[in-house]
Design a binder for this molecule. Structure first.
Ligand code: NAP
Length: 288
């Protein structure tokens, strides 16, 4: 039997409908969620991602200011700009598009963002809170995956979840999100021997390796839920980490690249922005 394909675009549309109502309520109180997107230099892919995010914000009643800085910008100058945006009460979210030029220290730059405006959820303060099960801004791809699994109706406390990849952007935070929901979690990486022996035990398999078609059908258990995060370009086309035609014959549910995790990631970034704007409004109200 073929897997049911998880429609990330349709689920994202539901998320945007929820957001439209929340943005409407904020605007009625005189608050328009506003994000500052900073791109330093950047290749064509980075520019495309920034434009997708800008479009998502502006099509749902939010404001977006794009700062496109040259490759030659110093880290000091970038951190000065972040500081000014941190202090600007009209800005609710600050996002620095990755990757940064080589002369910059990514951790230092991310650390400069005010945690309550860190809509990417990558500040140490937010990752630390997540680790401690304290409410935090959660990175948008892990948040997207959790929403997808909830929508599918996976009973996480009964599931063995296997994650391929251990990055700070996807692998580690999704592992913590799943642990916080009482799933049993295994995390694999490039040093894991006999990867297939572990992935075959997964009720839920999340693959975020950036290795095109790494996961073949014989590495997947019958009826597993398979979430493909990977986005590599192969022969000019976007390609996932899962061999979709073969794995979709075995899985119960599967995401496709494209139209799976990608649109939900952007929708969750916008959710983080609205969360930050609501928090700022309530904090200001308390101060008054
Ligand atoms: P990353 O920082 O390069 O991390 C990749 C991880 O995968 C690393 O932990 C690496 O192990 C592991 N890995 C690589 N090849 C492997 C292999 N053959 N077997 C087992 N593990 C392997 O990448 P990332 O930022 O997490 O992104 C992963 C992929 O997701 C990329 O294709 C990226 O474009 C995509 N992505 C998509 C979205 C979306 O919205 N759809 C969002 C974010 C990322 P080591 O730690 O040992 O090196």
């Amino acid at each position: 039997m073929s897997a049911q394909i998880i429609n990330g675009r349709a689920l994202a549309a539901q998320v945007y409908a929820e957001l439209d109502a929340r943005v409407g309520a904020l605007r009625a109180c005189g608050v328009t969620p506003r994000v500052a997107l900073i791109l330093v230099g950047g290749n064509e892919l980075s520019k495309r991602y920034v434009s997708i995010k800008e479009n998502a914000a502006t099509s749902h009643g939010m404001e977006c200011i794009v700062y496109h800085l040259s490759d030659a910008t110093t880290q000091e100058r970038l951190i000065e700009l972040i500081g000014a945006l941190n202090r600007d009460r009209l800005v609710h979210g600050v996002l620095v598009q990755m990757p940064l030029p080589e002369h910059m220290d990514t951790a230092e730059v991310l650390d400069a963002i005010e945690p309550t405006k860190d809509i990417d959820g990558l500040h140490f303060c937010n990752t630390g809170k997540l680790l401690n099960s304290v409410p935090a801004v959660v990175a948008c791809t892990p948040r997207a995956i959790m929403r997808i699994l909830d929508d599918v109706g996976v009973r996480l406390e009964r599931a063995h979840t296997v994650i391929v990849g251990r990055s700070m952007l996807v692998g580690k935070p999704i592992a913590i999100c799943l642990l916080n929901r009482n799933a049993t979690v295994s995390v694999c990486h490039s040093h894991t021997p006999n990867l297939g022996d572990i992935t075959r035990t997964a009720d839920v398999l999340v693959v975020a390796a950036g290795s095109p078609r790494l996961i073949k059908a014989d590495m997947v258990k019958d009826d597993a839920v398979v979430i493909d995060v990977g986005q590599s370009t192969v022969d000019g086309k976007l390609c996932g980490d899962v061999d979709f035609p073969e794995v979709s014959k075995k899985a119960s549910y599967i995401t496709k690249v494209t139209g799976g995790v990608g649109p939900m990631t952007v929708a969750m970034l916008m959710t983080n922005l609205v969360d930050c704007a609501e928090l700022a409004m309530h904090t200001t109200a308390k101060e008054i």
